[in-house]
Design a protein around this ligand. Structure first.
Ligand code: SF4
Ligand code: SF4
Length: 91
């Protein structure tokens, strides 16, 4: 399991011209502008989980990116569900 960046579309202000995460991500072709939805979009199989995009988005007070866990099948896990499972293990 590893973490990748995921953009919350409703919070992303790319339509107003923000491109911070796209500019700062060190991985080529990893954060792209989705020109249909006009939001930033992380190509999760390219994300290395460095969190730089989270830092720059949070620093600009947009708070539109979070790190979520990815399972072995390459799908993003429901972290709330994972936490609940962990909690259950201690019951
Ligand atoms: S830095 Fe945040 S608000 Fe700006 S484009 Fe990226 S996700 Fe959207
Ligand atoms: S976590 Fe790092 S590699 Fe992944 S999208 Fe953000 S800046 Fe790029």
């Amino acid at each position: 399991m590893y973490n990748v960046a995921v953009v919350t579309d409703d919070k992303c202000i790319a339509k107003k011209g923000c491109r911070l995460c796209i500019m700062y991500c060190p991985e080529p072709d990893c954060v792209m502008l989705n020109s249909e939805k006009m939001v930033a979009e992380v190509i999760i199989h390219r994300c290395k989980g460095c969190e730089l995009c989270v830092v720059v988005c949070d620093a600009a007070k947009h708070n539109a990116i979070e790190m979520l866990a990815v399972g072995g099948d390459g799908k993003i896990l429901d972290t709330v569900g994972e936490a609940a499972e962990l909690g259950q293990a201690y019951q």
